[in-house]
Unconditional design. Sequence first.
Length: 386
Amino acid sequence: MIVNTCGFIDAAVEESLDAIGEALAENGRVVVTGCLGAKEGVVAKVHPAVLAITGPHDTEGVMQAVHQHLPKPHDPYIDLVPPQGIKLTPRHYAYLKISEGCNHRCTFCIIPSMRGDLVSRSIAQVMQEAENLVNAGVKELLVISQDTSAYGVDVKYRTGFWQGRPLKTRMTELCRALGELGVWVRLHYVYPYPHVDEVIPLMTAGKIVPYLDVPFQHASARILRLMKRPASAEKVLQRIRGWREICPDITIRSTFIAGFPGETESEFAELLAFLEEAQLDRVGCFAYSPVEGAAANALPDPVPETVKEERRARFMALQARISAAKLQRKVGKTLKVLIDQPGIGRSSADAPDIDGVVHFKGGKAGEFADVLIQRADEHDLHGRRL
C-alpha cells in the first residue's frame, strides 16, 4: 500500500500518521510518500515498520521501493502506460497542475521550504496533457498550483508552442488555449493580481467556467501584514465588484484564517464586515494552527484555542446565512450540471469535494444534464432533471 501524505499543518500530520498506521494494520507492507516524507525522521519515529519513505513528486522513488518489495511482472499492455498517464480521479474530471512551489513567504505557511520557489511547467507540456485528458474523456479540467496567477513569472513568460502556434507561458494565454478544448476549465488558488481581470471576459464568453478560487485569508490590514499577504480588503472589494460587473454569474470561492496570532476582537470584526460586504459564494475558514517551521509561530499574543474555535464558528455561521440566501436565488432556474454519480452532480459554481452539490434523480456519471432547481439549503441545491 502507498500512503501519500501532507505535512502542512499539525492536523494534517496527525491524519497522515494515522493513515500510515491504518495501512500497516491492514496490509503490513507500506510505502510512504508526499510532503510528510520530506520531514526527516517524523514518519520513521512513529512507524519504523514502513518499507520506504520518499518525498513529494518522487514517482521514481516510490516505484523503485515498490519493485524492490514486489517484483514487477511483465505485462505488455501495462508496460506501455507511463506513470503520468495514470490518474486517480473519476474519468470525467482531472486536476491539471501547471507549476510547483511558491515565491510568497506567508508567515503561516511552510510550502516554499518543502517545495521550493515557483517552477512553471512549459505551456506546451501543460497543453499536451490537457489535450490528452480531454481525448480520454475528461469533461472538466481543474487548474491547480500553489499560485496559479504567477504561472510563467519564473521563466519571464517565455513563449512556447502548441499546435504549431506561439503561446506565452502566462495564465491569461493558458486560459485562452484551454478554453478552446470544449470542456469545463476551473481555476483554483488564484492570487488577485491585476492580470486576473483579463480572464473574466473568457468566463462571460463561456470559454472557461465562471469560477475563481482566491485565498484571501483575512481582511484586517495589520493581520495581512503579519501574514505577509499581498492584498488589502479595500482593493479586494473593488476587484470583486469589477469582476461581477463583467461577469454577473461569477462564483467566487475563498479561504480564511480565524485566530491568527495577535488577532484582536476588533480585527476579527473587520473580517466579518468584509465577509458581509463581499458576499462570497463559497467559503472555508480554519482556526489558526501552528505549523512547525512557520514564521508565525514566533509572533506575540497567540489567540487561545477556545477563542479561535469560537471565532471560526461565528464566521461560518455568517457565511451559512450568506450562502443560503445566494442559493435560494437559484430556485426556479435551470442549471447545467456535470453528473458525478447517479443523483448527484455539480453546477459551474461547484468544485469537486470542497463545494456543494446538486441533488436530483437518475443520470450517469460523466454526463451533463439540465436540472430545474426546486429548493435549496445552506450548501446544496435540489432539483429535477429535464
